[in-house]
Design a protein around this ligand. Structure first.
Ligand code: GLC
Length: 479
């Protein structure tokens, strides 16, 4: 039996700001439980809902040195859907209304978390074969494993994997501060280790010291070896390319299941979507105060409203697109300028544009079920989960060919009648607009082929099954 510990800063259903939480909270359920004992450890944030807190049980507590700082570490536990979750408790670090605040403070918070994870293992009486670390917040774990924890008998042989969900965030601050927080010696602050030009970089440390590195799609694993996508670490990614693998994310096919989903008004499958998706559209149009017309093409956008998602392309041509025979439904929060842009269009094109600047799980399901197409023109996209949800609900993705979007959406070929969506290559607003208009043409003038494509999209398999197997193989290789 292999023992694996996932360490991460977020995890559904307890705490979520992005796709990272979906992956950390879903993947562990899909391993073969006879071969892998996978547990998860996350911070016990004050902002985790009471309903979950009530289910946690106290395990133990101790005091730990983080360099000269001496801190309380509480340990809590919960079994949920067959998986054991551990929570690290400390009110000083994990109080506050959100998991993240400013970078300097987050660095101290997650250095504490990383050290606490390792220190807690003997007390939890759990010695993993592999600690699977996710994103920069856990980047110090591979470093500590080779540093102060390398000499303890208990820790001997523990391997680490660093998974990059988003290379943009690295945990960078000045060297003296990070040295003081992490309690690492001068030795670690050279350019082949944590030093990053004049600063120190925590994710870099994780990548240098982890035994294997993974990222969340094959294409992104290649892209990050280039300067455009490498965020300054492309040289390191190339140097470690022998240990770098891309494993595409899945989604939970039990939760995202149009034939059973209780959050949508009309369930549907590959046989009856023609009628039932239209009913979902009418219901959503009514709910959001849009013109009620089942024949009007509806395009959805759901996600964090940030630069990464290609919203400056959208900003450039949206006004023009709103004069086409289409409706837009947007859901998400993020940068103020994008939130305000969508509010403006909501006001200007009231009956055909709906901006929902909030987080609303149920509404997201209704959008996936009701829309005809889903727009995701990302500047970069390590994997992307929304396009997978769209495919599952027969909502054809319109994407830029980058990262996981390129790996999961097959562009429509009108001559061979193949494909599961529409895509364009360059980060260019008019190229995007041309692709959207091409999709409109197919929707209005070749409904038969459109519907065949919907059926193909719904039949794609992006459940976790295949990807969980690839992680298991990687664990085998290491353990
Ligand atoms: C990040 C990436 C996204 C990916 C998710 C889960 O949010 O931006 O592309 O799907 O992590 O790995």
């Amino acid at each position: 039996m292999k023992k694996i510990l996932f360490a991460a800063s977020e995890c559904v259903p307890f705490i979520k700001t992005g796709g990272l939480a979906d992956v950390v909270g879903t993947l562990p359920k899909f391993f073969n439980s006879k071969e892998c004992d996978v547990r998860v450890i996350v911070p016990n944030y004050m902002c985790i809902d009471e309903k979950w807190k009530k289910k946690m049980t106290y395990v133990n507590h101790f005091y730990m040195d983080l360099n000269w700082r001496r801190q309380y570490v509480g340990l809590l536990e919960m079994k949920y859907q067959g998986v054991t979750y551990y929570f690290i408790d400390n009110e000083y670090y994990f109080g506050g209304p959100m998991p993240y605040s400013n970078v300097r403070y987050d660095i101290e918070k997650f250095a504490f978390f990383s050290r606490a994870v390792l220190s807690a293992l003997p007390i939890l009486d759990f010695k993993p074969d592999i600690i699977h670390c996710h994103d920069w917040q856990t980047g110090l774990i591979p470093v500590y494993l080779k540093d102060s924890f390398a000499y303890g008998e208990f820790y001997r042989g523990i391997k680490s994997i660093m998974t990059i969900h988003n290379l943009k965030f690295q945990g960078v601050w000045d060297v003296p501060t990070i040295k003081d927080i992490a309690g690492l010696s001068e030795y670690y602050f050279t350019t082949d280790k944590l030093r990053d030009y004049d600063d120190a970089n925590i994710l870099k440390g994780g990548i240098v010291y982890a035994d294997k590195i993974t990222t969340v799609s094959k294409t992104y694993a290649e892209e990050i070896k280039t300067p455009f996508y490498g965020e300054g670490l492309d040289g390191l990614m190339s140097a470690r390319s022998g240990d770098l693998v891309g494993i595409v994310n899945g989604i939970d096919y039990n939760i995202y299941n149009p034939s059973k989903d209780e959050m949508i008004p009309y369930n549907f499958n590959t046989l009856n979507f023609r009628k039932e998706k239209a009913k979902n559209k009418l219901a959503l149009q009514r709910e959001l105060g849009l013109t009620e017309d089942e024949n009007k093409m509806m395009i959805g956008m759901v996600g964090r409203l940030t630069d990464q998602k290609g919203l400056d392309l959208v900003a450039c041509v949206l006004d023009e697109l709103c004069h086409d025979n289409v409706q837009f439904v947007v859901l998400g929060t993020g940068e103020e300028r994008y939130e305000n842009m969508f509010r403006h269009f909501d006001w200007k094109y009231e009956k055909d544009f709906s901006a929902n600047i909030c987080y609303d799980d149920a509404l997201s399901h209704k959008i996936y079920a009701a829309c005809d197409a889903f727009l995701m023109p990302s500047l970069f996209e390590p994997c992307g989960l929304s396009q997978l949800m769209s495919l599952r609900y027969g909502t054809l993705p319109i994407v830029r060919e980058t990262g996981g979007l390129k790996d999961t959406v097959i562009p429509y070929n009108e001559f061979e009648n193949t494909g599961t969506g529409f895509s364009f290559a360059n980060y260019n607003a008019h190229e995007m607009m041309g692709t959207i208009r091409y999709a409109e043409t197919i929707y209005y003038q070749n409904k038969k082929n459109w519907n065949l494509m919907v059926a193909r999209a719904m039949k794609q398999d992006y459940s976790w099954k295949a990807s969980a197997k690839q992680y298991e193989d990687l664990y085998d290789e290491l353990a």
